[in-house]
Design a protein around this ligand. Structure first.
Ligand SMILES: Nc1ncnc2c1ncn2[C@@H]1O[C@H](COP(=O)(O)OP(=O)(O)OP(=O)(O)O)[C@@H](O)[C@H]1O
Ligand SMILES: [Mg+2]
Length: 394
């Protein structure tokens, strides 16, 4: 794929100049760096105030903050849609002010709120936009567009539709596909999922993380939603109104140690609970003897019912002996994955009618159960072991 080819080329050319050590420096090095960047608009509004921020290569950095705090302005200064009043933005160590905007934007995909698609072009033509501008043949650009629609999970026939004939979530995916079309190493995403309902948004967030695990782009993403920020960000930068950086840290640390009252109130009341999502768990998983529909119940209280493949279906309260009937099933709570976090285990335990949290493997097959008291013990143990470490890159 052209992606890895581009990356290899960059590493090779550096190796020729500087030798082996520099190759390591480049692959681990910072991709985008804001150095004391200020933007004052003509009316006198200081949108961004003395911003110094590093956006590491191959990671997701999230800019989060209340409306009007300068997020969009910060993002658009990276590809020079807006010019800073003072300060410098470096891309791979090069001052972006010295790179012609068209050239700069070739390496930077840009996803804007609401998808920002061209309404009078088909989905496929939308995705082909940048490759065509770069002079690719129609055939090659179309092939790339079809490949990308598949990457973002859209059926090929949707390529012939117009944006207005798609759902909000589908339009967002097209926006992501379009930004990826020329395979840029950097992606700027401005509230990419804000226009869709919470359920669709969660699905799109999960897909972005899956995609990123494969593509390893340098992503600067803007949102005003702190939950989205801590879910997606390897690093989260909190801006306050007036365009001042309040804190930048990995999500676990942001939740555990807000730098000041503004950050503490911005990350919200549930931050203790949410921070459990970043802590892997050493929790005892106990075997659970499950039954199938039609099996005999032993009258010993809550019994877990699984399907023929061993996947949990729900719980039956068997206070008397009888036969497990699908009609008596109480759909259980959330299922925790075997390699789950403390939050996943605690939620599974608390949402289960039996108070036994169901743990499954990657195929959704029952592994066993966790008990609330033991999850709480693990939480205390994790607390004693010190502040939560940072999450590994996605
Ligand atoms: N072209 C402009 N001229 C003058 N002021 C502007 C301009 N664009 C933005 N601003 C002001 O600069 C500040 C920052 O705007 P910006 O769009 O960067 O905020 P934001 O954090 O993206 O907000 P939102 O979450 O509402 O999208 C705001 O006070 C805004 O009114
Ligand atoms: Mg904005």
């Amino acid at each position: 794929m052209s992606l890895s080819a581009g990356h290899a080329h960059r590493m090779r050319s550096v190796a020729c100049q500087n030798g082996q050590l520099s190759v390591v420096a480049v692959t681990l090095g910072r991709m985008i760096r804001f150095d004391r960047v200020t933007k004052t608009y003509p009316g006198g509004t200081v949108a961004v105030d003395d911003l110094t921020l590093e956006v590491p290569r191959g990671r997701i950095t999230v800019l989060v903050g209340p409306s009007g705090c300068g997020k969009t302005t910060s993002l658009r200064m990276v590809n020079r849609m807006i010019e800073p009043t003072s300060g410098t933005i470096y891309l791979d160590g090069v001052d972006t002010a010295t790179i012609p905007p068209t050239e700069l934007r070739r390496g930077i995909g840009y996803v804007i709120q609401q998808g920002g698609l061209f309404p009078h072009r088909t989905v496929e033509q939308n995705v082909m936009t940048v490759p065509r501008l770069l002079g690719w043949s129609t055939a090659k650009a179309r092939e790339r567009a079809r490949e990308l629609l598949e990457v973002v999970g859209l059926a090929p026939e949707l390529g012939r539709r117009y944006p207005g004939q798609l759902s909000g979530g589908q339009q967002q995916r097209v926006g992501v596909a379009r930004a990826l079309a020329a395979d840029p190493p950097v992606l700027l995403m401005d509230e990419p999922f804000s226009a869709v309902d919470p359920v669709v948004r969660e699905g799109l967030q999960d897909e972005l993380l899956t995609l990123q695990a494969r593509l390893q782009k340098t992503i600067l993403l803007v949102t005003h939603d702190i939950d989205e920020a801590v879910k997606l960000g390897n690093e989260v930068a909190v801006l306050r109104v007036g365009g001042r950086l309040a804190q930048v840290d990995p999500p676990a640390r942001l939740l555990a140690e807000p730098a000041d009252d503004f950050v503490a109130s911005f990350v919200g009341r549930d931050r203790g609970y949410r921070s459990l999502a970043f802590q892997g768990a050493q929790v005892q998983i106990h075997p659970e003897r499950a039954v199938r529909v039609g099996d005999a119940l032993d009258g010993s209280g809550w019994q877990l019912v699984v399907d023929d493949a061993g996947r949990p279906l729900g719980w039956i309260d068997s206070d008397h002996e009888g036969i497990a009937s699908a009609d008596d099933l109480r759909l259980g709570g959330t299922l925790a994955r075997q390699d789950g976090t403390l939050r996943a285990y605690l939620d599974a335990a608390l949402s289960s009618p039996s108070r036994r949290g169901v743990v499954v493997d990657d195929d959704g097959v029952l592994v066993g159960i966790v008990r609330p008291a033991e999850v709480l013990e693990a939480i205390e143990a994790a607390g004693r072991a010190g502040a939560a470490g940072s999450r590994e890159p996605a």
